[in-house]
Design a protein around this ligand. Structure first.
Ligand SMILES: [Zn+2]
Ligand SMILES: [Zn+2]
Length: 333
């Protein structure tokens, strides 16, 4: 079968032929239906996750079809499923308190385990959720890493109240375009920030209430609108301080993006004297994955992006690296 394999850090992953996985006790074999391209794939190939096991099939955002009956786990041939991007132990303090995303025995697909940028994959049953075959496979592939992750970040920051004003940086990106929809679904007045004029039309698909075009000091524009209760920061270091300055007093930043893995300068006065807070978020949990499925069922959030063939992976990666992708790139094996 074809798979996108990373041989060495710093070297671009590419499509190669690999052996199809066989049956393995405790695991379920899926035919991959869709596998989305994540910025994490790019960081992985550049060596940001040195514990990744090479050679490695990349990919952790996926949906698939069960290839045979597994009566011991309640799955049948042809079932459509989506999954968390990792496995977890189910017994540690984190797992027992609904935070399996923090499980210390966690293993990620596309990092410690073979990933989904291929035709077949083995997955653990406890990370799987059976879905209605009618669900858009693009949405199903990003229900966890993207939709569930954004919901996890919002929940960690105490949630969004109806009427809150929420700013999303990197609004045309795979995370940003979905964060705008989720914030709106929770009743927020939404503001999108983007650097590039030609992306505005695309961002309008997520129906933000305001779009700010800026490659620098967008906080001034945000202040004219009254400041925001929350920023969903999908870029990281380049926009972080402007995001902080865009907050109302008592505001919250949900940090999701980390494009250049550089440290940020942080003026503590802006945190202490204004009671602002910064919230990290790591992936999704089963609970936020469930919420992601509910938002889809209610028609509140849809997958936005572009489909490409898995064999065009190199082109897809170049697009993402050059900042030319719009929304998520959904790879079709
Ligand atoms: Zn991801
Ligand atoms: Zn655990």
């Amino acid at each position: 079968m074809k798979a996108i394999v990373l041989e060495r850090f710093g070297e671009k992953p590419r499509p190669v032929d690999v052996e199809e996985p066989g049956d393995k006790s405790g695991w379920i074999k899926l035919r991959v239906v869709r596998s989305a391209l994540c910025y994490r794939d790019l960081l992985t190939y550049k060596g940001a996750f040195p514990r990744a096991k090479l050679p490695l099939i990349l990919g952790h955002e996926f949906t698939g079809e069960v290839v045979r009956d597994y009566p011991e786990y309640g799955f049948s041939k042809g079932d459509r499923v989506l999954t968390l991007p990792y496995t977890f132990c189910g017994r540690c303090e984190y797992c027992l308190t609904g935070r399996e995303n923090l499980c210390r025995s966690r293993e990620w697909y596309g990092e410690h385990l073979p990933g989904s940028h291929t035709e077949y994959i083995l997955v653990r049953p406890e990370s799987l959720v059976k879905i209605d075959g009618e669900m858009d496979p693009n949405y199903a592939s990003i229900a966890s890493c993207v939709i569930g992750m954004i919901i996890n970040g919002i929940d960690n920051a105490g949630g969004i109240e109806e009427g809150d004003r929420v700013l999303v940086t990197g609004a045309s990106g795979g995370v940003g375009i979905h964060a705008l929809q989720i914030a709106k679904a929770y009743g927020a007045e939404t503001i999108a920030v983007t650097r590039s004029e030609e992306k505005i039309k695309f961002i309008e698909e997520a129906e933000p209430d305001h779009i700010i075009l800026s490659d620098g000091e967008f906080s001034k524009e945000v202040k004219k609108l009254g400041g925001v209760d929350m920023v969903i920061e999908t870029v990281g270091e380049p926009t972080f301080n402007q995001s902080l300055r865009s907050l109302k007093w008592g505001g919250k930043i949900v940090v999701i993006g980390n494009v250049n893995v550089k440290p940020v300068d942080l003026q503590l006065g802006l945190i202490i004297l204004r009671q602002n807070s910064i919230h990290g978020t790591l992936s999704s949990t089963r609970k936020t994955l469930y919420k992601a499925i509910q938002l889809y069922r209610l028609g509140k959030v849809k997958a936005i992006g572009q489909e490409m063939d898995l064999t065009d992976f190199e082109k897809a990666l170049e697009k993402m690296e050059a900042g030319e992708s719009r929304g998520r790139i959904f790879l079709k094996p």
